[in-house]
Design a binder for this molecule. Sequence first.
Ligand SMILES: [Zn+2]
Ligand SMILES: [Zn+2]
Length: 371
Amino acid sequence: MDHYAVLGLEQGASAADIKRAYRRLSRRYHPGINPGDRAAQALFERINEAYETLTDPVRREQYDASGSVAPRPAAGPLQFAGFDFSVAAHGQQAATFTELFADVLHPPAEVEAARPEHGADLHAAVTVSFLDAIRGVQRQVVVTRQDACAACRGAGRVTASEARCAQCGGTGAVRWARGHMVFARSCPGCGGTGRLRHQRCAPCGASGRVVRSDAVPVLVPPGTRDGARVRLPGQGHGGRAGGRSGDLHVTVHVAPHPLCVRNGDDIHLYVPVAVHEAVLGARIAVPSLEGTVKLTIPPGTQAGRQFRLSGRGAPTAGGERGDLIVHVNLVLPEVLDERSRELMREFGRLNDEDVRRELREASHQTTERRT
Ligand SMILES: [Zn+2]
Ligand SMILES: [Zn+2]
């Protein structure tokens, strides 16, 4: 480091200037005034070294002759580069010495090398029909995710012909003042080389990240229940600096079916049956996952009766099948014409059994118990 800069002086400064500068600085940065402050002590040692060199005529001559060119700062955190009393103090006025050096002791994050970082998980939802959920189906969900920029492969910059770095004017260092103290650090734009072989990537604005919308195929497995989740590894947000991508979690909503209800692995199907079919018996066609099956309705079938077709329900996780349970849903005819009405009256006369006998007996017993 330049001994003159440490004392805030020009190269041709007189012996009196050097003494005055030293007295002023040592009053402020003496370890006795800043007990236990290692940064203050290190700075004070540099002030001393500069003072001892420049007040010794032989050493000063040697120093001036060898050239007081400041070495190029190494890559990394800020380094103290000397005082400059020619500029007015600006920036915050720090109360303590440690506060003054906060930026030196805690270098900004941009200096740190990029660490691998996992991409975040994504969540999406898909709605499938009742039968698609039972049979299994492939769907697509459109997800908007952050990913590495394809143009620069996430680096934020692309290779270009060599040019002088505009950020540091080709010196490789950027200087930064705090009060009268000047700090320097390796230029973040060119890594301290002063030359640029890269230029910022335009498609991603140098961030290395882009936001994309993609249609992702989602396989809904057979037998999926309402609210089940399908996990797609690596389909979430992209990772940073070689970190793995997050996962995509898809929640499956199963739309209700007008005639089917699922209960566990059994499927309950409510089949409309006409009065004459229930009375006389019939063979009716019932839809199942394997196509239509014929079901025999015996004569005299009551409303609500159930028929169990084993092994025709929903697929289970163990590779088996639940049952298909057919419920008889008796549908009364809409009798509008006089001929049908007459037939029903006649039917009633011929079949005059008391259908509410049990009900009447039950209510009679209740009345007896009360009195
Ligand atoms: Zn890019
Ligand atoms: Zn630069």
